[in-house]
Design a protein around this ligand. Structure first.
Ligand code: UT7
Length: 331
């Protein structure tokens, strides 16, 4: 109870962050030996210089595990204390059990709730929003939220329009119930009407065609159309976030965006009037790691000392579905 006798408001607060990247690095020059592209084209159109690619046998669950161990350590939380694990991924290890269940067992957190969220590149922001609701309602006190992907597993390495964009990686945060301000608001959106602009049309229930069994699953993207939709949707969701919290754009200390394309990130920063030195950029070294990208960027900024306790962070993402969303939080 507070001094006034009212029950204090409960926030979901980040207690610790962690991330993990596979060891194998593939540079733009490496790719230019495989497809008709160049470091100059990739860097100028996307900002990407290199990406990490999971080794054979290294799975989304492996990346998620290493990121989670680091986040738990940073938070000073034992796996057995977790009430819930929510994991954003579009590249699960298996159809089922969920990667969250596989992770839970490996961490030794058996018994708590665990499930995956598939919102493509917005997966971490979606997962964070779900976890926030569990904590705010009192249904959970300690939650592990993960974004983990091995997107390169479904990249067509002969398609220069997509293979240069993606990388593998994972990030995680431990959220704890706290009376100190943490997550202030989250905002989720989707438009299933644009699915063919960015999709992987292979699936279980639609049935596998013979050629797909041979060619494997692969990402299809109409890049320039996705680009326009992403800029517009992100503009709108950051405006919505500021308005809901009655904030001026100058209040934001750090923008921690989804890392798909430096030009998209710069457009959002411009909308917020934020200089690029207050934007966390990892796309140059990580490429687009889908739902791994926001928590990877967050962890990097926290561990480098740039993001400090008490600062106001705006997280945002856009991806296949389309899905998009944001989270405003005090770190
Ligand atoms: O994370 C989920 C959300 N995803 C995104 O947000 C991605 C959004 N889209 C993008 O980031 C950009 O649209 C791309 C980076 C994918 C492409 O950049 P762009 O400036 O939109 O290029 P474009 O697709 O309009 O293609 C321009 C030209 C084409 O050649 P022509 O037709 O002008 O002769 C492409 O064939 O660039 C060519 N091209 C390439 N050239 C060298 C496409 N990929 C490559 C490449 N190397 N890798």
């Amino acid at each position: 109870m507070s001094e006034t006798g009212a029950t204090p408001r409960v926030y979901a607060r980040i207690a610790g962050t962690g991330s993990y990247l596979p060891a194998n690095v593939v540079t733009n020059d490496d790719l230019s030996k495989v497809v008709d592209t160049s470091d100059e084209w990739i860097a100028s159109r996307t900002g990407i210089r290199q990406r990490h690619v999971a080794a054979e046998g290294e799975t989304t669950g492996d990346l998620a595990y290493h990121a989670s161990v680091r986040a738990l350590e940073a938070a000073g939380v034992e796996a057995s204390e977790l009430d819930l694990i929510v994991l954003g991924t579009t590249t699960p290890d298996l159809v089922f059990p969920s990667t969250a269940c596989l992770l839970q067992h490996r961490l030794g957190a058996n018994g708590c709730g665990a499930f995956d969220v598939n919102a493509a590149c917005s997966g971490f922001v979606y997962a964070l929003s779900v976890a926030d609701k569990f904590i705010r309602t009192g249904a959970a006190r300690t939650v592990l939220v993960v974004g983990a992907e091995t997107l390169t597993r479904m990249v067509d390495w002969s398609d220069r329009a997509t293979c240069v964009l993606f990388g593998d990686g994972a990030g995680a945060v431990v959220l704890k119930a706290d009376t100190e301000t943490g997550i202030l608001s989250t905002h989720l959106h989707a438009d299933g009407g644009k699915k063919e602009l960015l999709w992987n049309p292979v699936g279980v229930s639609v049935g596998f065609k013979e050629q797909e069994k041979n060619a494997g699953v692969r990402i299809h993207m109409t890049g320039n159309e996705v680009f326009k939709h992403a800029v517009k949707a992100l503009d709108s969701v950051v405006e919505e976030t500021l308005a809901e919290n009655g904030l001026d754009r100058r209040a934001i200390d750090w923008l921690i965006p989804h890392q798909a394309n430096l030009r998209i990130i710069e457009a959002t920063a411009k909308r917020l009037d934020l200089p690029m030195d207050r934007v966390v950029v990892t796309v140059d070294r990580h490429g687009n790691t889908s739902s791994g990208s926001v928590p990877l960027a967050l962890d990097e900024a926290v561990r480098s000392g740039r993001v400090e306790r008490g600062q106001l962070l705006l997280l945002e993402a856009f991806g296949g579905g389309f899905t998009w969303g944001s989270a405003l939080l005090r770190y």
